[in-house]
Write a protein of this length. Structure first.
Length: 209
């Protein structure tokens, strides 16, 4: 597994051992960030796809971080900061090692513990929340509702969810509106937005590919 793009692009990441962790494949990660950047471009017309200007000032939270690959990808592309939420000890060590290897430690915060117990530690004004939970996690819908209702979420916010195809994502999460949902093998990628990044005008109709 590697960083796809940005300042740390091409750098290989350490994947922690353990059957409970499911690292995001590079091709899936590339597809997810392409979807995210298409919405960031909508809200930042003065920037270009694939440039750090698209990510300038963006505050990110990586929930169920695993190796930290998603948050690190955002930092590599130019995000201002990223908070990594993870409970597994081996994964926490992998996140630390990967941040050091990519030279991104100074823009990162690690939040140890289960997401359902640490969600109130979301950084203030977070603009992009990345979630890659276990596909069978029974608490996922509650976590999504809590993220959508969090006072830490910026007025202009994106929520990106990697999930199994059996989950039918709702059209809205509070004020967040479903923008698009795409399938990649057994995985689905779903984006929600509000504020300037909401291109659906509150209709909540998914683009399914």
């Amino acid at each position: 597994m590697r960083v796809v793009a940005g300042g740390a692009g091409g750098r290989r990441l350490r994947v922690p051992p353990g059957a409970t962790l499911r690292p995001t494949a590079d091709r899936t990660k590339e597809a997810l960030f392409s979807m995210i950047e298409s919405l960031l471009l909508w809200g930042r017309p003065d920037a270009d796809i694939g440039t750090p200007g698209l990510w300038t000032g963006l505050r990110v939270a990586d929930l169920y971080a695993g190796s930290g690959a998603l948050g690190i990808e955002a930092l590599s592309r130019g995000a201002a900061s990223a908070a990594f939420f993870e409970r597994d000890r081996a994964a926490l060590e992998a996140i630390s090692q990967n941040l050091r290897a990519t030279g991104l430690v100074d823009r990162a915060t690690i939040v140890p513990g289960a997401v359902e117990q640490t969600l109130d530690r979301l950084p203030a004004g977070v603009e992009l929340v990345l979630l890659d939970p276990p596909y069978a996690d029974p608490a996922l819908r509650e976590i999504l509702a809590r993220v959508a209702a969090s006072p830490s979420l910026a007025e202009d916010a994106l929520v990106a969810l990697e999930h199994g195809q059996r989950l039918a994502p709702p059209g809205t999460l509070g004020a967040l509106v479903l923008q698009r949902s795409r399938r990649h093998g057994d995985t689905a990628l779903t984006l929600y937005a509000r504020g300037r990044y909401d291109r659906r005008g509150g209709r909540g109709q998914a683009e399914v590919v």
